[in-house]
Design a protein around this ligand. Structure first.
Ligand code: HEC
Length: 99
């Protein structure tokens, strides 16, 4: 019984976090912009690859993540940081039709 509960907890955690990624999978991973992105977007789950969403879709995702922070009583991302990480995501965004 206990083991089942633990396994369920692990599955739920894995689901929200997604598979851990290698640093080398991220574009420009030695840039300051990437550092800003990683610093702000790795607190609750692994930072997703920029190719996961289109340039049009990213700003809305960022707004939603701000809400998650506020819901958890975390300070919002600084405006200057938002601009840097948004530019990073948009510059390397996916090209698909869906966001
Ligand atoms: C306060 C915790 C928290 C922080 C910090 C956070 N996220 Fe999230 N993120 C979540 C939660 C919770 C979910 C799952 C619910 C959802 O999708 O809104 C999620 C899901 C996601 C998803 C998958 C869902 C989708 O729309 O594709 C992406 C992509 C994402 N986050 C990107 C980011 C980015 C980019 C940042 C930094 C700006 C960030 N997250 C910072 C909590 C957080």
């Amino acid at each position: 019984m206990r083991a089942e509960v633990l396994l369920l907890a692990l599955l739920v955690t894995a689901c929200e976090a997604g598979p851990a990624k290698q640093l080398s999978e991220y574009p420009d991973s030695s840039s300051e912009a990437f550092n800003v992105y990683a610093r702000n977007c790795s607190l609750c789950h692994a930072p997703p690859l920029p190719s996961m969403h289109t340039a049009i879709a990213w700003p809305n995702v960022i707004v939603r993540m701000q809400k998650h922070r506020l819901n958890r009583s975390m300070a919002p991302i600084a405006t200057a940081d938002i601009e840097v990480l948004r530019d990073y995501l948009v510059a390397h965004a996916g090209k698909g039709e869906e966001g």
